[in-house]
Design a protein around this ligand. Sequence first.
Ligand code: NAD
Ligand code: TYD
Length: 359
Amino acid sequence: MALTHDPTCILVTGGAGFIGSNFLLRMVPRYPETHFVNLDRLTYAGNLMNLRSIEKSANYTFVRADVTDSELLATLFARHKFTSVVHFAAESHVDRSITAPLAFVRSNTLGTVTLLEAARAAWSDVAHAAHARRFLHVSTDEVYGSLGADSFFTEHSPYDPRSPYSASKASADHFARAYAHTYGLPVCISNCSNNYGPYQFPEKLIPLVIARACSQEPIPIYGQGDNVRDWLHVADHCDALDLILRNGQPGDTYLVGGSSECTNLSLVRIILDLVDEGLGHPSGHSHRLITLVTDRPGHDFRYAIDASHLRQALGWRPRYSLTEGMRQTVAWYLDNMDWLQSVTDRSYRDYFQAQYGQL
Ligand code: NAD
Ligand code: TYD
């Protein structure tokens, strides 16, 4: 396939978070001729420990900064002459968005517009040489709302965000598309389903279940546990982003999903079985930890992606099945209990106490 964009210096925002750090851990060694500048504010979700194996690489630089800081962005664009932006930085947890929505408007919506403005100003000279620059806006399938028992999201699904998180991401998507349409900024948008894998903050379902199973504490499942998510290993998401960055068409949108749908309850049982196996517990030992709790307000019932556009246009295929990916992921957390412990000690216990009280 002909390469449409060959980045020499990439600004990665939010590279200390879950997906951003997995992206850098894969791409920094893969592309030694490309320089990666990681701009991250280091909120509770950002963790430089994730990036230890690449922090001394000659083609990697970290800058602690907020994506809403327009002056700093202008300085960085002038200094590094970025040819591409991969924009992950965001507040990402739905439950937190229900408690405190303004932080989501600020980082996700205002942050994205500030970054688009910085790129527009810096790249005004090459507006017509679209192949020379690329702005990849990393978004979520949650902008499309909630599905019933069948049907799938496609690039043509209408926007219908239903949580403050998804509303802030939908708004950012609209701005990204508007900059492509109005100013010719070479924007691609990706909307991905739920990710899992190493380095995910344990407020999200999968690491939360693993952490609570390790400490044999109750595991809160919202409602009846019959909500459905379409899970994708983070490595497959990162490889899709790499393809979109290099071969995607400016102005195009790509949905990314693993065709691995599962109800929350079935998924939690799979994880508990893997944890029990890994810790040498008898089979089924941890199922008693499952505790049905009051449902999340406005809880979207089902997300599911039709990724045929990405498959056909760019030849992407996920490598992990849900079974293999979940086995690898549980094994990673059990092998990296020091990481889980340090994250839990740092900021997770207070959050869990405020969210669930004495479960
Ligand atoms: P995360 O919460 O783990 O990481 C977010 C990172 O952004 C953190 O390092 C944080 O410090 C940084 N950040 C937050 N606000 C910032 C600001 N104002 N300025 C600079 N840095 C800031 O999130 P994630 O799960 O890695 O998600 C990354 C992106 O992918 C988000 O845009 C999210 O909407 C999108 N996404 C996530 C999933 C998923 O399942 N996790 C699925 C699809 C899309
Ligand atoms: P989450 O990981 O927060 O991702 P999202 O809400 O963005 O899909 O949650 C995944 C699913 O798990 C979602 O249906 C909500 C549910 N869930 C629980 O049942 N209990 C929990 O403690 C959490 C965090 C999530």
